[in-house]
Design a protein around this ligand. Structure first.
Ligand code: ZN
Ligand code: ZN
Length: 439
């Protein structure tokens, strides 16, 4: 008999999970039966109802929806063309929360900046009344760090341009897709900045606009963007549990998000994440009732600002969470294991690292880990595990019309399920205290 029964269990379940079919079935079903699931819309509500029925059928306990209100923004017509000096169409998409042009559109001269910093340094006289264009240098990396580095172009660029009196803002898509597939994503007008039309050009179209600007003549662009705010709508988190034997040991939360952008089925972002953690939880449950309750959360309204994560804290913030983790970096292979947990949990963390190593997963940081919807809870100091996927391909698909099922690699998905199953077996059964002591 091993000294660490949870590690033995994790190894056995891990190897069996390499033959998993449920995660792919769920990923396919979410995309196929539900389609795009934009936050606060009827499509997202339908997805929640579907999720409750499916999770109950899979045998989870306490399956429920926890609803909350969100602002609803929907896309309209989106057209762009260079009017002069080289007339031609451009491919773009509005950013979430973009303002609208008049129905007939807006034509103005382009003011081009290489970076967000250059826009911040520009004098208002250079920008006023113009269509501002901002570029950047995001490249594909395994750790996805380019998104954090260049994301501010999207998050803050529209407010900076608006505050300087710009008529509209165009950005190079924050992504790495070389096809003509623009990347959408949320932004917010802050600091009293008035909403202006804000859109992302496909990378190829951004390159083209930059070449036209480099000809040295004034460049005029016409934009038609007609998104609108629909006011308040209902979103919600879907919660399902496997009841543990020791309620004092706290809950292990594993999560993905059910909402997606409207341009695609969101198969990698984030049907796959919901599917991976669900398949892993069922595999651990099938091996016997765990010590800790496993709580699976399919969050709502992640894409429009982690609103499901914040609502979760409103309801569950005071509960004891032994460990939290989220899968939300696509569906390619996990390559690194990061954690943030107290000294009492370190033997369990070491056993998780040992269980993951045969899957090609290297031990990473032991004092830094987070996630998307779980980020607000994690930042309160709750013990967190992060199984980092290879993001090299992900930011080519992320928030584009190309995030479809055919991009999900079934073998990589099985490796994810194996990794999550091994981690969860130990997190749910470990005899040590995993939670951060309360003050
Ligand atoms: Zn996501
Ligand atoms: Zn996303």
């Amino acid at each position: 008999m091993s000294a660490s029964p949870d590690l033995e269990l994790a190894r056995r379940l891990r190897d069996a999970a390499l033959a998993d079919t449920l995660a792919y079935e769920l990923t396919a079903a979410i995309g196929t039966e539900l389609g795009p699931r934009l936050a606060g819309t009827r499509a997202e509500a339908r997805a929640r109802d579907w999720a409750v029925a499916r999770l109950m059928r899979l045998g989870f306990a306490n399956v429920r929806i926890e609803p909350f209100e969100v602002p609803v923004w929907v896309r309209g017509t989106e057209l762009a063309e260079i009017v002069r000096p080289c007339p031609q169409p451009l491919v773009l998409c509005a950013l979430g929360n973009s303002g609208a042009t008049q129905p007939g559109g807006l034509t103005a001269e382009v003011f081009s900046c290489a970076t967000l910093a250059a826009l911040e340094a520009a004098a208002p006289e250079q920008v006023r009344g113009k269509i501002v264009y901002v570029s950047h240098g995001m490249t594909a990396t395994r750790d996805g760090s380019g998104y954090g580095e260049h994301g501010p172009v999207r998050w803050h660029g529209p407010s900076v341009a608006s505050a300087k009196g710009a008529a509209a803002l165009l950005i190079r898509s924050v992504g790495t897709n070389r096809h003509r597939q623009p990347h959408t994503g949320i932004m917010r007008f802050t600091g009293g900045a008035a909403p202006i039309p804000a859109a992302a050009l496909a990378i190829a179209d951004a390159d083209q606009l930059e070449r036209v600007v480099a000809l040295g003549q004034p460049v005029q662009v016409r934009l038609v963007l007609t998104p609108c705010d629909l006011g308040s709508g209902t979103s919600g988190n879907v919660i399902a549990e496997i009841s543990g034997t020791d309620s004092a040991a706290g809950v292990v939360l594993v999560a993905g998000h059910l909402d997606s952008w409207d341009l695609s089925t969101g198969s990698s972002d984030n049907a796959a994440g919901c599917a991976i953690v669900t398949a892993a939880a069922l595999r651990v449950a099938a091996a016997g009732r765990p010590r800790r309750t496993i709580r699976v959360v399919w969050f709502g309204s992640e894409e429009i600002g982690l609103l499901g994560g914040h609502d979760y804290i409103r309801i569950h913030g005071a509960e004891k969470h032994a460990m939290i983790a989220e899968s939300d970096l696509g569906s390619d292979r996990v390559w690194r294991f990061d954690s943030k947990a107290p000294a009492s949990a370190q033997p369990a963390i070491q056993r998780i690292a040992a269980a993951l190593a045969p899957l090609g997963i290297e031990a990473g940081s032991t004092d830094r880990a987070s996630g998307s919807d779980i980020g607000p809870l994690s930042s309160r100091g709750v013990s967190t595990i992060e199984l980092r996927q290879d993001a090299t391909r992900y930011f080519g698909l992320h928030h584009t019309a190309d995030d479809t099922l055919d991009k999900v690699d079934p073998a990589a998905l099985r490796q994810n399920v194996a990794a999550w199953t091994a981690m969860l077996a130990i997190a749910a059964h470990a005899p040590e205290e995993l939670a951060v002591p309360t003050a």
